[in-house]
Design a protein around this ligand. Structure first.
Ligand SMILES: C[S@@+](CC[C@H](N)C(=O)[O-])C[C@H]1O[C@@H](n2cnc3c(N)ncnc32)[C@H](O)[C@@H]1O
Length: 215
């Protein structure tokens, strides 16, 4: 990791450490449509990884009602909140690019509003890492960025925050190239309570599956 990338990660980490409580307070408490596709296919007791789990609400908390959830987040403050909000989950403070899991550990992985905080040149490697961690036939449900923007800095809950992304079509290419089959593409609105959002937003969500060994 070069110095610039390391600095952006430090910015994201300290930003979320500082704004974790405010973010959590503004986040919608219901997962709603975000998780629908996954909830309908996964067996109870499945092992699910939530990438950039934040305070654990609503995603990890909803998943933990039926599944065994592991959440990873770069922010200590977020991990502390997640442990309180989802006592049955397993939560780890780590950069998702350095955490280690054995191959074929998870039946599914989710990532909501988190991938765009990782420097974009790492995104193809992140998708390959997720692919390795999934069992054959395992699912990935992730919210992806729209825009091609290598570095975008803005104020976020009182902190300077960093975003980095390719255009959506690039991710579709990376996913297929990695070995995922695309099952569904849809859009969701902002993850915040309506009172918090100044302008309506939409975010692409992709539901994909790791090919089974025999395919
Ligand atoms: C906008 S919040 C989303 C939290 C949660 N997924 C949700 O739906 O509310 C983004 C989260 O991604 C985490 N994050 C950002 N970069 C990360 C990285 N490199 N590794 C792990 N977590 C990261 C942040 O700390 C933050 O909690």
């Amino acid at each position: 990791m070069n110095t610039v990338t390391a600095n952006y990660k430090a910015l994201v980490q300290s930003g979320y450490d500082q704004c974790a409580a405010a973010y959590h307070e503004s986040r919608r408490s219901e997962a709603g449509r975000e998780l629908g596709a996954l909830l309908s296919v996964l067996e109870d007791g499945a092992a699910v990884l939530d990438i950039g789990c934040g305070a654990g609400v609503p995603v990890a908390k909803t998943l933990a009602e039926r599944f065994r959830v592991t959440g990873v987040d770069i922010s200590d403050s977020m991990i502390r909140l997640a442990k309180t909000n989802v006592p049955t989950g397993t939560f780890m403070r780590s950069d998702i690019m350095s955490v280690e899991f054995a191959p074929s550990t998870f039946d599914a992985a989710t990532a909501f509003y988190s991938i765009f905080h990782v420097p974009r040149k790492e995104h193809p490697t992140l998708l390959r890492r997720i692919y390795e961690w999934l069992k054959p036939g395992g699912y990935l449900l992730c919210l992806l960025p729209h825009y091609d923007e290598e570095t975008y800095l803005d104020e976020f809950f009182g902190s300077t925050m960093y975003w980095s992304s390719y255009a959506l079509e690039e991710y579709i290419h990376f996913l297929k190239h990695t070995g995922f089959d695309l099952l569904e593409e849809s859009f969701v609105g902002s993850g915040f309570d309506e009172a918090v959002v100044a302008e309506p937003e939409t975010h692409p969500i992709v539901f994909a599956q790791k090919r089974k060994a025999s395919q």
